[in-house]
Design a protein around this ligand. Structure first.
Ligand code: HDC
Length: 308
């Protein structure tokens, strides 16, 4: 793997990120839902058809809460270095995602994003950059969601004194996705097959990083073939939680936290295990064929389905 980096934390921390705009329609909502496997096992699944079809028209379809991650697509300028940070974009991996949902997402909207740096860490072999995106609906001015994206930049660390590595965050420690997986049997588990073309479908929602489609770039990044987008895996997991614990109601999701533990290859089977602790769901996703955990985290709910 190639690596080429330099980081000046002071310069980076003082950088003002430009505001960005994201416009979407019902078609984008439906394409996203298919990209994270909705109706993948059953095209008439009553708990999932609502993400892609409504008898009165597409404007009434429901929006998965993880759709809000698409609002961050332009938060990090593609292919360009940030002031104070040079890195090799081919070695970038998605490390963690934290999402707060304040209102159910409309089926179409113009979104205005305020972007800022929420964290920067020197891990020696890598730098971790945390970018926060607060997303407002343009028409109403209402805050819809907040996403905090942690990006693991391999080869970009080692910019500070190793005996006192640089670390900065501006958010509460209890929002970090450090969770302990219970030893008890999961409350629920859902198995979902990803398609060999899953990443090719998911990328149509706007993340065109060639790591997910170009075999040569995947090799440079250290993988035998293109891997699945982390946010696609997260979409599968949260959809499983909505199906099994929220009885199909996506509006019950309040916030979501996840750490990507290992890459996923398209065509692998994802098994999402869920443990219910009050209004918190702890979850872990395994790639069944390798029996390896690929994602874990928690989801906070607004309430519990009456039948639970
Ligand atoms: C704003 C919008 C931008 C959108 C960008 C997204 C673009 C997308 O197209 C890109 C993708 O989707 S990539 C695909 C999804 N991600 C992955 O597959 C990564 C999976 N994870 C890994 O491979 C390893 O955990 C790996 C490699 C990440 C780390 O493993 P190791 O190198 O073995 O690390 P380790 O020695 O265990 O730990 C070193 C320090 O790093 C911390 N850490 C580990 N995993 C982390 C993770 N996933 N996220 C954040 N921090 C992580 C450890 O805690 C450790 O720090 P410390 O020593 O202080 O505890």
């Amino acid at each position: 793997m190639a690596g080429n980096s330099a980081c000046n934390p002071q310069l980076l921390l003082s950088h003002k990120f430009p505001e960005t705009t994201y416009t979407y329609t019902e078609r984008d909502v439906a394409v996203y839902a298919l990209g994270v496997g909705a109706c993948g096992r059953d095209a008439v699944d009553t708990s999932e058809l609502k993400y892609v079809h409504h008898e009165n028209g597409l404007q009434f379809i429901k929006v998965l809460p993880t759709f809000s991650t698409l609002f961050t697509l332009n938060s990090l300028p593609r292919g360009a270095d940030l002031p104070g940070l040079e890195f090799d974009p081919r070695l970038l991996l998605h490390g963690q995602q934290y999402i707060e949902i304040y209102k159910p997402l409309p089926s179409n909207a113009i979104i205005q994003n305020k972007v800022s740096l929420a964290g920067l860490h020197d891990k020696g072999k890598a730098a971790i950059l945390e970018i926060e995106t607060r997303s407002y609906e343009k028409e109403s001015g209402e805050l819809l969601s907040m996403n905090r994206t942690s990006i693991f930049l391999r080869g970009a660390g080692g910019f500070s004194d190793p005996s006192k590595p640089f670390t900065y965050t501006n958010y509460p420690a209890n929002q970090a996705p450090t969770i302990k997986i219970p030893e008890s049997q999961p409350f629920a588990a859902l198995e979902d097959c990803t398609q060999p073309s899953q990443a090719l479908l998911y990328r149509l929602s706007g993340d065109y990083n060639p790591l997910h489609s170009d075999p040569m770039i995947a090799k440079v990044a250290g993988f035998s073939r293109p891997i699945l987008h982390g946010l696609c895996t997260l979409g599968f997991a949260v959809r499983a939680i909505i199906k099994c614990i929220c009885k199909g109601d996506p509006d019950m999701i309040k916030n979501i936290s996840g750490r990507f533990l290992l890459h996923v290859y398209p065509s692998e089977t994802l098994v999402t295990e869920m443990w219910l602790e009050g209004l918190r769901v702890i979850y872990r996703v395994k790639a069944k064929e390798r029996n390896r955990a690929v994602l874990s985290g928690y989801v906070h709910l607004n309430g519990l389905a009456s039948s639970l």
